[in-house]
Design a protein around this ligand. Structure first.
Ligand SMILES: [Fe+2]
Length: 178
């Protein structure tokens, strides 16, 4: 039953992407609306809340070069370091709890390239249930979950397990390939 809704979400997202592959703004808006509709379907919220999120859960994936729908969770307080998603876009959609999202501007070095990287915070936003945040390629961000539990859906344009991406050290002011 729930699988039907997952398949439909994937289908609708794919159609939206095909229609306007380079329009991040549209993906942000339509993607958020489609995920909202998905989590409101009968049984979906309960199903998402019941999944084991110790590791990320792949709800749907179109091969390594296609759309991915992942569920992530924090059962204990955690804080991630700054990173990018390489050439992929991403949409973070909050299902339960809160994600504190920090975005950064890179003051030294080149976008998407490892090496010297002095970061300056460009924004801090609390993502609450039903809200989403879209990132275009190479946008540097970090997540924090100070008040668990929290669950969120992350859509990406490709499978990040196979993508070239960067992790940043604020202390060492450098970017390294992940
Ligand atoms: Fe991320």
């Amino acid at each position: 039953m729930v699988q039907m809704y997952v398949d439909r979400l994937a289908d609708e997202l794919t159609k939206s992407l095909d229609k306007s592959p380079n329009s991040g703004g549209l993906m942000s808006e339509e993607g958020t609306a489609l995920v909202t509709k998905f989590v409101q379907e009968p049984g979906v919220r309960e199903w998402l809340n019941g999944l084991d999120v110790l590791q990320k859960v792949r709800l749907w994936g179109a091969g390594k070069d296609g759309l991915q729908i992942l569920l992530h969770g924090a059962e204990t307080a955690k804080k991630g370091g700054p990173h990018d998603h390489g050439s992929s876009w991403a949409l973070y959609y909050q299902v339960t709890g809160i994600t504190v999202m920090t975005t950064y501007r890179r003051m030294t070095g080149l976008d998407g390239e490892p090496g010297e990287a002095d970061l300056e915070v460009s924004g801090v936003q609390e993502l609450t249930p039903g809200n989403a945040m879209y990132f275009g390629p190479n946008v540097i961000h970090s997540t924090e979950h100070p008040s668990p539990p929290a669950r969120w859906i992350r859509l990406t344009g490709v499978d990040l397990d196979h993508a070239t991406r960067l992790r940043f050290s604020l202390e060492r002011k450098e970017a390294v390939l992940d």
